[in-house]
Write a protein that binds this ligand. Structure first.
Ligand code: TRH
Length: 379
């Protein structure tokens, strides 16, 4: 049944809020035939991940979704049957009042951040009655097991990824201005926050016995890389070589092209939430930098995902993954990046095999959009 949905997204910082909200909106519209309105308060940030977005338009249609500028004061809008606030962004007061005036009231869902921690399953779906209004909000937790809200995944993701793998790799690389990799070359994508471990990682790549090509989308790590190179600054299109390492700065690309970059690379450094999930679907090894939190709560998140991810790996390969992720996230007790990189390199083949198996296993968590539709229908 075609149901109306309003999704609200407040862009706090970075691209994760809009990245997740846009992927969900597209999935609900395309894979589930829902009528989706997406309210976004920063269309400029949205345009970075989806260049077709017009940052000036109050309302526009894109990929089957009605995209609305969320501005203050919020004008009159009839609430949809299902209302999703992404990551606890507070709904406009006038809209909330309009929801309370409906009979029956809309299904109201707060989409939470993704975590692999075990407590997520116990909290998924819990209701929270509004203190004054006749409305109940439900907490919807994405997660890595079947008893959570699952993961964002499109119905045709596996087919698109398989088609990509059968096309000549050189087509993709040419499209982003690069030659196809040499036989013994390692291609790495690097999407990261500022990171004290970065210089040591670049040192390790420059000292590698085989060529390492690092592709860095424009963003927060460029000043640190420029410092390491002794360059005045970096921008898209720049290329630098140090020892075995070739560094290319890429423009920030749209979400679908970024997916293809992840599918094409041998190793992906990712961060936050959405790119981490996309790297897992890519069937390629990944190193995750969790979004840093003041009380180091992100280390718990990191350990929880590591525990799941390495469970089916075992032995030296599991240790190499654990050590590398912990070192990259600044956890105490590591043996240094040079040793981590050497160990990771030695286990690369096993880690690469595991990446494919992990991606296949991940399907059991279920599709977040499908589970959200089912959840809303049951309410
Ligand atoms: O940008 P992020 O660091 O977002 C973070 C996290 O989501 C974090 O959990 C949240 O609390 C914080 O924001 C506020 O990382 P993330 O989640 O990977 O989002 C990046 C998005 O950008 C993702 O949808 C992929 C997309 N992207 C592109 O479209 N093109 C690109 O070139 C790159 C590098 C990324």
């Amino acid at each position: 049944m075609r149901t109306t949905w309003d999704l609200f997204c407040n862009v706090v910082d970075n691209f994760g809020d809009i990245g997740v909200a846009w992927r969900l909106a597209r999935g609900l519209a395309r894979d589930h035939g829902q009528a989706v309105r997406l309210w976004v308060d920063d269309l400029g940030a949205f345009r970075r991940i989806w260049p077709a977005i017009d940052p000036e338009a109050s309302e526009q249609s894109c990929e089957g979704v009605t995209v609305c500028a969320w501005r203050a004061p919020f004008g009159a809008a009839e609430p949809a049957r299902v209302v999703v606030e992404a990551f606890g962004c507070a709904l406009p007061g006038a809209y909330l009042a309009a929801m309370a005036g409906q009979s029956p009231p809309p299904v109201w869902i707060n989409l939470e951040y993704l975590s692999a921690e075990p407590w997520v399953a116990d909290h998924h779906g819990l209701p929270s009655p509004h203190p004054r209004l006749p409305l109940t909000k439900h907490f919807f937790f994405p997660g890595y097991s079947a008893d959570t809200g699952g993961l964002l995944v499109e119905a045709d993701l596996a087919a698109r990824r398989a088609a990509f793998r059968t096309a000549p790799a050189s087509d993709f690389w040419r499209g982003i201005g690069l030659a196809a990799p040499l036989n013994d070359e390692l291609r790495v994508s690097l999407f990261a926050y500022e990171n004290p471990a970065l210089a040591a990682l670049l040192d390790a790549w420059a000292a590698d016995a085989r060529p390492v090509t690092c592709l860095v989308p424009e963003g927060r790590v460029l000043p640190q890389i420029a410092d390491w190179l002794g360059a005045a600054g970096l921008r898209a299109g720049d290329t630098h070589r140090r020892g075995a390492l070739a560094l290319h700065v890429l423009p920030f690309v749209d979400q679908d092209t970024y997916d293809r970059l992840l599918w094409a690379c041998d190793l992906n450094f990712v961060r936050g939430e959405d790119s981490c999930v996309r790297a897992q679907w890519a069937e390629r090894p990944l190193v995750w930098q969790a979004y840093p939190q003041a009380d180091a709560a992100h280390w718990d998140k990191l350990e929880a995902l590591l525990a799941r991810y390495t469970a089916g790996l075992g032995g030296a390969a599991a240790r190499a993954v654990e050590d590398m992720w912990r070192q990259w996230n600044g956890m105490p007790g590591g043996q240094g990046m040079a040793a981590c990189w050497a160990a990771w390199r030695a286990q690369q083949a096993a880690i690469a095999r595991h990446a494919g198996a992990w991606s296949a296993q991940l399907v059991a968590a279920g599709s977040l959009a499908a589970k959200l539709v089912e959840f809303a229908e049951n309410k």
